[in-house]
Write a protein that binds this ligand. Structure first.
Ligand SMILES: Cc1cc2nc3c(=O)[nH]c(=O)nc-3n(C[C@H](O)[C@H](O)[C@H](O)COP(=O)(O)O)c2cc1C
Length: 170
């Protein structure tokens, strides 16, 4: 494995994408409600646990994200962890702005109003703690206050080097 060193200002978005593509992730749909009560969602893999006590999570969203705007307004969001076979849901919510359709997306609203997607592997319902600067993204920190988890029999949808993947059965 050869190492390529760059001048700091020569690291393009394409290089960042390519390099970080080697880090396999799960796939989630982060959902919220606009001030007008309209559901919004965006596919996101930049999700991480942050703190156990207090129970904090983070998701990194592009500054221009419509879902981010809704999260700021409603001060709440849900992280819906996608399961194997939910590639179409991921593709739907990766459409920019109002491109994503909710017509065929079976969901219910949680106590905070956040949409919970049926069939998700887990739903992590959060209240917004704060947003931090993250370059062209914002680091959205949420406090977990409700969870729903499917049984261990189901497997997650993964993303690796720009493609969907799945966990091989043991
Ligand atoms: C597998 C996958 C992972 C993604 N992860 C993120 C992410 O972590 N953060 C982000 O801002 N956009 C991510 N995107 C891109 C957004 O889903 C896409 O830009 C979306 O259109 C934004 O919609 P919004 O304006 O409603 O937020 C990802 C897309 C895919 C397909």
């Amino acid at each position: 494995m050869g190492i390529t060193a760059f001048q700091t200002d020569a690291v393009s978005p394409a290089i960042v994408r390519h390099a970080l593509g080697h880090f396999a992730t799960g796939v989630t749909v982060v959902t919220s409600l606009t001030a007008g009560g309209v559901p919004v969602g965006t596919t996101a893999s930049a999700v991480s646990s942050l703190s156990l006590a207090p129970p904090l999570l983070l998701v990194c969203l592009e500054r221009s994200s419509q879902t981010l705007a809704a999260i700021r307004d409603s001060e709440a969001f849900a992280i819906n962890v996608l399961a194997e076979g939910q590639e179409a849901l991921s593709a739907n919510f990766a459409q920019r702005g109002s491109g994503a359709s909710w017509d065929d997306v079976s969901h219910r609203l949680g106590a905070t109003g956040n949409p919970h997607l049926d069939g998700a592997l887990a739903v992590l319902d959060c209240r917004l703690e704060h947003c931090l600067d993250g370059g062209d993204h914002e680091i959205v920190v949420g406090r977990l206050h409700a969870v729903a988890c499917a049984g261990a029999a189901r497997r997650p949808l993964l993303h690796y080097q720009g493609s969907y993947a799945s966990v091989r059965a043991a």
